[in-house]
Write a protein that binds this ligand. Structure first.
Ligand code: NAD
Length: 481
């Protein structure tokens, strides 16, 4: 089933930080793939803006190389794509390049500025865009994670942006929201009658959200050590996934209706008791350095793994725990949400039939898809033996256009910016509410002087994380690709 591609309106997209790592690996190759898919109109233009001293030809060569390395798809239209690129060297903190950039922009097309730079430069960029007459009331700004380090810094960032732009112009990226499966979660929940009546604490035993990585902190050790898994993953990505699972049906699929419901979920989260929280750090093994060696701080107390039990205190979810876990250097690269339903109230097949549970597993990566585990009779004449089999909805096979990959989250999100659709972007109050929940948890372990528990590389995290569920008579799903 081929997907329909509807071209977006003509646009000027300025990428501040257009020579940076994110632009090279994600933004520019993503734009090329949308170009190949026919979504970019003839009049679309992309302008790199950064400190490096490129001219347009130099930047095109830079982008061609990035696409070669990270493109993932070759539609043999690279020259036509490169012809849409331009470059202006600007200094975010100075005056150089700004009037030149202003001259390149057109008045009659969508105008978007991607702030792919550290948050310390947001204020400088916003100010200069205004001073140089580029910040029209219709223009859009895209900002990257991390959105703050705590509630106070997030508020300050929001205030900086609000001084120059309306909330309706600000697109805070959380690339997890751009994943096909994540949006499908909403389609499955709100487009079908089947699940919603069961989607509450009466029928759902618990929910597990796992984002497991096999990579370590590597070269990002210095940055990561100031953040840790809670700030880097839970406050944003896992929180967004939790919201989509827990939220009430919005009245409409429109940005504010969806985000209002997500905000209510965050505000309904209970504080996390420290007995329901496990932090870990991966240890060195014979082949690889451990977390502390990689970050260069042999006394670091920052967590590379976290598992916690969250509770959403409202009518729908009271009594159904949400178990969240994420970490680096784990057994497999795997992100999934599992909705584990309760046991049938009475087994008519007797104890020998064993325990069977329905599980709706939503896989984000790899192999995006949704699986519903149902119990059936084992085929054959051997009596009434029960087995669990998956009903599989694998998007790549079922829905992907032939031979084409599902669009990367960045591709979709950038196109949403051009279309002016904020549904899959975080609103300022959402981000602040998430920090308001996160801050006391972090403060708690800092005050207790807690040291993360060591765990083996290639494992499922520290033993204590397994105990977190065992204590409740449950167990984690296996981490596997
Ligand atoms: P980077 O250090 O690789 O690139 C920074 C870019 O900003 C360069 O193009 C540089 O020229 C430009 N820049 C720096 N100072 C400038 C100034 N004074 N004036 C004009 N341009 C200036 O950074 P990155 O990894 O590309 O990250 C960019 C943003 O995206 C950061 O906020 C980062 O946290 C976020 N982010 C990055 C990744 C990633 O995978 N790299 C993932 C998620 C979020």
């Amino acid at each position: 089933m081929a997907s329909r591609v509807i071209p977006v309106d003509p646009f000027d997209l300025v990428i501040f930080g257009g020579t940076g790592d994110l632009a090279r690996r994600k933004i520019l190759p993503g734009l090329y793939r949308r170009f190949c898919a026919g979504q970019m109109p003839e009049e679309a233009r992309i302008i790199g803006a950064a400190r490096s001293d490129y001219d347009a030809a130099g930047y095109r060569a830079f982008v061609a190389e990035a696409i070669e390395e990270f493109g993932g798809r070759d539609c043999e239209q690279i020259d036509a794509f490169l012809a849409r690129l331009d470059y202006v060297a600007v200094d975010a903190k100075g005056t150089g390049g700004w009037s030149e950039l202003a001259q390149r922009l057109r008045d009659d097309v969508v105008r978007a500025f991607y702030f792919s730079v550290g948050p310390g430069l947001f204020g400088d960029l916003a100010e200069r865009l205004h001073k140089n007459g580029m910040a029209t009331p219709e223009c859009r700004v895209v900002v990257e994670k991390p959105f703050g380090h705590d509630l106070e810094s997030a508020r300050a960032l929001n205030a900086t942006l609000a001084a120059h732009f309306d909330e309706g112009q600000i697109y805070r990226i959380d690339h997890y929201l751009g994943k096909e499966t994540v949006q499908n979660l909403m389609a499955v929940r709100f487009g079908n009658m089947l699940f919603e009546p069961l989607w509450n604490s009466q029928y759902v035993d618990h929910i597990q959200i796992t984002v497991a990585e096999t990579v370590g902190v590597g070269g990002r050790g210095g940055y990561y050590d100031k953040s840790g898994a809670m700030r880097d993953m839970v406050q944003n990505h896992l929180m967004q996934l939790l919201c989509l699972i827990a939220m009430e049906p919005p009245a409409k699929f429109d940005p504010d209706a969806v985000r209002d419901e997500k905000l209510k979920v965050i505000r309904a989260l209970d504080p996390v008791d420290h007995h329901h929280l496990v932090r870990g750090q991966y240890e060195a093994d014979a082949q690889n350095p451990g977390y502390r060696e990689e970050t260069g701080d042999l006394r670091s107390k920052t967590e590379s793994f976290i598992a916690l039990r969250a509770s959403v205190s409202n009518w729908r979810w009271a009594g159904t725990p949400f178990y969240l876990r994420t970490g680096k250097r784990l057994r497999a690269r795997s992100s999934e949400i599992a909705v584990v339903f309760k046991d049938a109230p009475h087994s008519i097949f007797g104890p020998e039939a064993g325990r069977h549970r329905n599980i709706l597993a939503i896989r984000l990566q790899p192999n995006e898809g949704i699986t519903l585990k149902v119990t059936i009779k084992e085929p054959g004449p051997g009596g009434m033996r029960l087995v669990d089999v998956p009903l599989d909805m694998s998007f790549a096979e079922a829905l992907g256009p032939e031979g084409e990959e599902i669009p990367d989250a960045y591709e979709r999100l950038i196109m949403d910016v051009i279309r002016g659709n904020q549904t899959l972007f975080m609103r300022g109050d959402e981000v602040e509410a998430a920090w308001a929940w996160t801050d006391p948890i972090i403060r708690g372990w800092e005050e207790r002087g807690e040291v993360p528990k060591p765990y083996d590389q290639g494992s499922s995290g520290p033993e204590d994380a397994l105990m977190l569920l065992h204590r409740d008579g449950r167990r984690w799903r296996e981490i596997r690709e």
